[in-house]
Design a binder for this molecule. Structure first.
Ligand code: FES
Length: 104
């Protein structure tokens, strides 16, 4: 695994239907497991700072628990507002370990 990937979680520890928040350096990241894939986005909602990892996940769509903005965790795109998105981070899985490379 290249140096810029950091081990952040075990696949088995990721719940279905919601996220898990992890910290890499100064960056809070929300991990989401969708089937056998894992996605990583910024954990802080761009609206008012809600915790996206605590929102319900349906398919690849997470709903912010504070005011229900919705984001596709695979793309970071806000479903209703094309101008709003969250940063996506690259994920790799080796064995049961999830690695994330933080995007700047
Ligand atoms: S803080 Fe996320 S929708 Fe308002």
């Amino acid at each position: 695994m290249p140096d810029d990937f950091v081990a952040v979680a075990q696949v088995d520890d990721l719940p279905e239907g919601r996220g898990k928040e992890v910290r890499v350096g100064e960056t809070l990241i929300a991990l989401f497991r969708v089937g056998d894939r894992v996605y990583a986005i910024d954990a802080i909602c761009p609206h008012r700072g809600g915790p996206l990892a605590e929102g319900p996940l349906e398919g690849t769509v997470v709903t912010c628990p504070w005011h229900a903005w919705q984001f596709d965790v695979a793309t970071g795109q806000n479903l209703r507002n094309p101008a709003s998105r969250v940063t996506c981070h690259e994920v790799r899985i080796e064995g049961n370990t999830v690695y994330v490379k933080v995007s700047s």
